[in-house]
Design a protein around this ligand. Sequence first.
Ligand SMILES: [Zn+2]
Length: 362
Amino acid sequence: MVRTYKFRLYPTTEQLEKIQFTLERCRLLYNRLLDERIHAYKMEGKTLTYGQQTNTFRERKQHISTLKEVYSQVLQDVARRLDKAYQSFFRRIKNGDKAGFPRFKPQNRYDSFTYPQSGFDLDGKHIELSKIGQVRIKLHRQPQGTIKTCTITVKNGRYYACLSCEVEAEPLPETNRRVGVDLGIKHLAATSDGQMFAAPNHLRNNEAKLKRQQKSLSRKQYGSMRRRKAIMALARQHERVANQRKDYAHQISKTLVDNYDIIAFEELNVQMMVKNRHLAKSIADAGWSILVQFVTYKAESAGRQVVRVDPHNTSQCCSACNKIVKKTLAERMHRCPHCGATIDRDVNAAINILSRAMRQVS
Ligand SMILES: [Zn+2]
């Protein structure tokens, strides 16, 4: 399985110029290749393949000498990206989805390039990038497994290396425990054995800050330096919030995967929930889908099982006697008039999720 690590880079001025140069070469090549595909289709009614396009690279370099200053596999990856864009375009047509045709990349909208196999070498404080140099890297953790690809990205004026690594699955010892997880607003998650994971408040606070920055941005004059600075600050704050959400999801998902063999969630129907505008903000905030996603990939490498169940009535059904007990969102306790069960409403839902999962599994 593949795991991706993202590390900050600190390029020198010269390296920075080379990175920008590479991005611009890749962008122009991308647009050129797209143009050629469109043209070939118009003239001959056929789509050029990845192989046909990369076969032209040798000749291209003879005419455009600047291409020689970019690592050859990085250029090939540009053709691969375009090919992927085409494939997903065809897939969307086939599925009857709204199909956006691959687009030309305007200036400053091409923000990454990839070394797909070689041309990079990681050693401690530096990463050697072919045609760019020894770039200082901040390894805040040691990547596991074999590094397969290295993608250099620019985001909000900062530079990163994303290393995707092939790691061996490492099954965790069985615990003989299983858990149902109710995802909520009051708590981000409540488990069938009564554990609560609070909705992240620090995220809320930082969102308030985000709002203030948004407001201050709107007061700045168009085209001014102060406005540009405010845009950058806002983008970084967005990034900060996204990172915090991820960190939190990493913590909870690790706890769940370490402690349970089977982890059950409700099937998330985010689209439906986002329609309910009152809930929408909290959902985006709570980051449910990120949590489910993290649990799912961690479970895969740990040999755990993730089960998704039908969410219908999980909060209304009594987990003790299975009768329906209607309650509003404001009622925090489940009190069953039929069997007398009294329990936190989210824990009640989590128990229902678990029992549905167990029926599904057996
Ligand atoms: Zn009951």
